[in-house]
Design a protein around this ligand. Sequence first.
Ligand SMILES: Nc1ncnc2c1ncn2[C@@H]1O[C@H](COP(=O)(O)OP(=O)(O)OP(=O)(O)O)[C@@H](O)[C@H]1O
Ligand SMILES: [Mg+2]
Length: 708
Amino acid sequence: MDKSPLPVQNVHRSDKNVAGKEALVKLLRWHFGHADFRGKQLEAIQAVVSGRDCFCLMPTGGGKSICYQIPALAKPGIVLVVSPLIALMENQVIALKEKGIAAEYLSSTQPTHVRNKIHEDLDSGKPSVRLLYVTPELIATKGFMVKLRKLHSRGLLNLIAIDEAHCISSWGHDFRPSYRQLSTLRDSLADVPVLALTATAAPKVQKDVMDSLRLRNPLVLKSSFNRPNIFYEVRYKDILENAYTDLCNLLKSCGNVCAIIYCLERTTCDDLSVHLSSTGISSAAYHAGLNSKLRSTVLDDWLSSKKQVIVATVAFGMGIDKKDVRMVCHFNMPKSMESFYQESGRAGRDQLPSRSVLYYGVEDRKKMEFLLRNSENKKSPSSKKPISDFEQIVKYCEGSGCRRRKILESFGEEQCKKTCDACKHPNQVAHCLEELMTTASRRHNSSRVFITSSNDKNNEGQYSEFWNRNEDGSNSDEEISDSDDGAEAGKSLTGPKLSKKLGIDEKLVLLERAEEKYYESNKQVKKSERNAISEALRESSKKRLLDELTPVLQLLPSVDEIDSQNASEFLENECYRKYSKAGKSFYYSQIASTVRWLGTASRDELMTRLSPVVSLAREEEPSGESMLVTEPAEKIEEEDAKIHTAESRVYEPTQQLVVSPSRSPIMLPQIPSFSEFVNRRKMKHNTSLDNSSEGFDDKKPAKIMKLQ
Ligand SMILES: Nc1ncnc2c1ncn2[C@@H]1O[C@H](COP(=O)(O)OP(=O)(O)OP(=O)(O)O)[C@@H](O)[C@H]1O
Ligand SMILES: [Mg+2]
């Protein structure tokens, strides 16, 4: 049932040719129940109601629809909305009708009698419809254009809104050739204001949209693309035991939340959905391979929360306004940062905390590169754009820096907008810091020298570590906090901005000093609880090490003397002893690097590092205190002082270790880069498969894969 309309004269103050804020807010409250406008909504509405073109760039879920829905209620006449998807039009029309707003859409999928009724209404001279949704294909037809001109000549066409306007640009991620034809609108309906709306921020796309639509002196409104309520995370398939299991556990750990999982291929959607369902997660696949009836049933079930998880190809989601999507997972890589932003942006439209989880796999990357290269060759051999777009998302996954910053930077958005010296004069600040470091380290008495970096482009990966996995048993997002002391120190110590003039030895000395200073200064500071390493975290770390070690021990020959339980406890204890004082982030990092090392270590390397456990096993009867018992931090402090220098060095791969049967200095291996790690792990896996199929000879020396 239609709500009684608010008097239009209150809204449109023709004297100033600007719609009054109060009246517009009234409309918003009356029809939509929102307390006030968000972001740039009001400015956009006021512009178009006063007859001005407007280009409106708002993040996904930012509330772009209101920018043309309110104008439709503010003036008599019609607002024409061009939308790329029938499902999207249908959804919006249903939602508007539920609010009592006269909206319709025209599409070939509707029965003839419904279409005829809408046309009759349009021809009536006093149409009741306020919002008319159409596809770009319909606009391109002669008959419909004639109808629009007629409406216009009767003063009934108030506004043309082009939703998802990036579809007009071949630079955009969802290019629709039919959108190109919208440029003719300006010729035929010269003085009707045009509102272009998009969440695609790439500057090239913006310009292309404005040029193609021939916007005249448009009001350009751009909101920040930051989605503060979304927590971004990347998980690495190649270091997961089983990505399906990991995803199941992740979904279960989040409770019965509404989620979208994007896959590259239809078969993956089907397989994954079956797998999730078999573990008790209510899910359904959605892709173009299903018939339309099944697709709409799946969509309805998901929209009405009958199904919790929808496993879909990227064909799903554009413009779907489900507010409570708590998680969007990319089980395969998206093809660009733009696609990723749009797709992950479907989480948390209600502004409540939500998650984006991207599962990165080297195989997926190769596959996508292959597909993009192929499509590139077909289009124009000179264009390298899809690949360069894809590289951005690869960097997002492989880089160790802030994920959010990478997203925003790829859209040309600076978070700080040069309001600090580090962003405004990065070279100057870097130079000062280098000077400071050199001077302070020469004097030996600086209280705190951290080597900081405001960007992670230099030497990326050399000291990198994955900071993004939540290893704590508590599963709390808070555990990975930017303000975490350990993380701060970690960034400082592992930051790559060491002077290029310094040799590796000098750099190591500086790193050691910075680390010592960090420990020193932290002795006085009472460690906050947030930075403490909890028992739950320790237990989950032990388990992680055990999970990695068990299959390794099964694959390697002659390692019977290593007990996986004892060994994982030993390794965890080693990490704890080293980093308990530095904080949780250091500890995380060390556990993660140990796990990676386990994936690549040869038998000899393993035996050497685990020699204390092996020797204990040999003695059969461990006398007195077990070395595996967690030692109090004070005692460890003394021990650490003795072994500190040795531990904090990065060892050259050729270095030989002298191992005493009892406790020996623990020499950690060099941390391989991510790609090295994955390649070596694969090589190792293949080798072991070969060996097992040929019947492995126990006496053969284990193949040692040297670190690069
Ligand atoms: N002023 C407002 N106050 C509160 N909620 C609002 C306001 N404006 C819009 N919303 C809500 O925000 C959600 C997203 O709105 P909308 O679908 O228009 O976003 P969008 O910008 O079009 O996103 P997308 O790019 O994904 O299409 C909707 O649920 C809508 O009801
Ligand atoms: Mg929208």
